[in-house]
Design a protein around this ligand. Sequence first.
Ligand SMILES: Nc1ncnc2c1ncn2[C@@H]1O[C@H](COP(=O)(O)OP(=O)(O)OP(=O)(O)O)[C@@H](O)[C@H]1O
Ligand SMILES: [Mg+2]
Length: 397
Amino acid sequence: MSIFAVVDLGSKKIAVAIVRRQKDGKLRVLSVHHQPSRGIERGRIVNLLEASNVLKEAVEEAERNGDLQVNDVYINIGGKDAEMIQGTGRTYVVGNAISKREKRRAVENAGAVSLPPDREVLHILPFVYIVNDMKVEEPEGMLGNSLDVKVQVVTHSNIALRNLEQLIKRVGFFPRKIVLNHVAVPEALISEEDREAGIMVVDMGAETTDVALIHRKMLYRIFTYEVGGRDFTKEISVKFGITMKEAERMKIKHVSLLDEEDESGSISVSLIDGSQRILTYSDLTSTILPRAERLFAAIKQDIQSVGWQLPRTNGIVLTGGGSQLKGLREYMARYFSSVVRLSGPRNFQGIIDFPPDYRGPEFSLLAGLLHFTRKMEDWEDRGESFIQRLGSLFRKK
Ligand SMILES: Nc1ncnc2c1ncn2[C@@H]1O[C@H](COP(=O)(O)OP(=O)(O)OP(=O)(O)O)[C@@H](O)[C@H]1O
Ligand SMILES: [Mg+2]
């Protein structure tokens, strides 16, 4: 069970890492693979069969690459149906110092919120611990009578979660844990200092853009927009009557949102009807710009509505395949009057052999999922959960 697969199932690509959890708790990457995905639109399953097949193909390819076999799968989920509520929990400490076990009990108590039947708790994220009325960073090992914890509880649609589990099970894998994009992505990108000072992480994929606001070590708010890099391509394709493939090629090669770029240059393109047309670079840029602006306006409005003060934070981290649009970072910096850092995975603490060719921004979620997984495996008291599992075997129906 110490070998498992970690999967980013995106709208455009699926990326898989097969890892081994070492005795020291570190994750060693044994094999990676990515390929185009199917059956997912705007981050949601629209064709269970297709998505299952693509998961099977991708995991099997990663297995072949490393001559490995896995059963357990960690996988991401999009945030369209996710919500967050705050919870608090308390546990009393008897006798000795506070252990992992008490910590977990307090967190579980904090996560025991009442929910409508169509929702389920996906994550319980502790951000403040209090031992005998005193705020502490890490309660483990401390003496005290009571341990309180404040948490962010992430809930999700249980239909969406069941369908994702179904997708994994139907091709013979075991769904070990589903992880919200917004929870995983920041892990590989930001420092502890960013987490404390405040940071906005923007993952622009092909069909969705995920925004996570983090401050004082807490995931403060999450937003999901159904817009991504593919929409830019689509604008070009529709406006000029060219294929998506050609539009994608032109977007990557000729679109730039940089001010100083020479916009008078032109190119000849083949239209769907077979004719040729001359387009200037500025034709292309002006097609995309309003779309980017609408997305940024929506983000600005949302962050303002929750009182997020960008200038008082460490700014913005931009990631995801779509973030590579030339000049997008600079345009965003101007739009939000903020520092914007374009980043792929860059924190590899506790992760060994993460391959160099997976360090582009489209793999930030995969790397983030690895971090999340490592922490979760650490957090789980394996001995106890084994006993619980045994107990459930003998439980009367
Ligand atoms: N150099 C580039 N310039 C502009 N856009 C790019 C570039 N490289 C990749 N992209 C865009 O990145 C997008 C794919 O990003 P990514 O791999 O992060 O998507 P995804 O994770 O599969 O999708 P989602 O997160 O929305 O489900 C595509 O729309 C592609 O056009
Ligand atoms: Mg993505």
